[in-house]
Design a protein around this ligand. Structure first.
Ligand code: FE
Ligand code: FE
Ligand code: ZN
Length: 279
């Protein structure tokens, strides 16, 4: 069955119930949220009564909590040694929050090496992940996101992600989130998705893919830009995205839209119904 949803809001006053209601209003059967604003570290305490209500709403509407995704804030940068303590502390707290929400997956941007070079960046990320996971007793899996390679982003190739995973002791706590816009911008030709997946499978192993961010791209293959476009409106195109969304080997993996708002309005209801029309 197609598991499709989008990024939704999570606000203190409407809580997780509000997030689930937003997802349902789009015709989604999963969703992704941030536990607070992605650009800052202000996090309010979790209202367990709200979580309970959200779960009963999810149950009533066949939303599987194990397919719901949490996204870590952008300000965590495990590759930057100057932010090491802050990033580790915040990631540890975030893992606990995800567990309190009862979710299983936290998507994380591996980090940016801020001019220190990919190798140094990768070794900092490994050090940070080992430190965080050694001191963590949640069951949350961190999904390293494939990045566009904008600026000094680490994780723009399967090989880079593989080196990170190899360096982490608790490998079972790591998975991967593919992002179609990022893959395109990193130089992976998605029109030949069989080849992309077979290369991923050789380097990392297809079983590690636990989430796919479905976005079109405003920029051409290999542009290293990371600007998301609405489904079918960008350089990747509708046919290629539909092929990925319905790709048999990834059929149990949740697909999450992070496409831009149009005139201040979320495009997800229309995009999800467009996607479902190819079922
Ligand atoms: Fe992301
Ligand atoms: Fe993404
Ligand atoms: Zn992006």
């Amino acid at each position: 069955m197609l598991i499709i949803g989008s990024h939704v809001g999570y606000k203190k006053n409407t809580g997780l119930v509000g997030s689930v209601e937003e997802a349902l209003s789009y015709g989604a059967n999963t969703f992704m949220f941030y536990t607070g604003a992605p650009q800052n570290t202000i996090r309010s305490s979790i209202d367990l009564d709200d979580v309970k209500k959200a779960y009963s709403l999810m149950n009533d509407n066949d939303i599987d909590k194990n397919k719901v995704i949490v996204h870590a804030p952008y300000i965590i940068n495990l590759a930057n040694p100057d932010k090491f303590d802050f990033s580790c502390r915040f990631l540890s707290e975030e893992l606990k929050r995800v567990e309190t929400f009862g979710m299983k997956y936290l998507v994380l941007h591996p980090g940016s090496h801020v001019g220190l070079g990919v190798d140094v960046g990768i070794s900092n990320i490994i050090k940070a992940l080992n430190f965080v996971l050694d001191n963590d007793n949640t069951n949350v899996t961190i999904l390293l996101e494939t990045m566009a390679g904008k600026g000094s982003e680490v994780g723009k190739s399967f090989e880079e992600l593989k080196v990170i995973i190899d360096g982490v002791f608790k490998k079972d706590r790591l998975g991967v989130c593919l992002d179609t816009c990022h893959l395109n911008d990193a130089g992976y030709d998605l029109t030949d998705f069989d080849s992309v997946i077979s290369s991923f499978d050789k380097v990392i192993g297809i079983h590690k893919i636990k989430c796919v961010h479905v976005n079109d791209s405003k920029n051409p293959l290999g542009s290293h830009k990371d600007r998301h476009e609405n489904i079918g409106k960008g350089t990747i195109g509708l046919d290629t995205l539909i092929n990925i969304i319905y790709y048999d080997k990834l059929k149990d993996v949740p697909k999450i839209l992070e496409t831009p708002y149009i005139d201040g309005m979320a495009p997800y209801k229309e995009e999800i119904s467009l996607i479902k029309s190819f079922n």
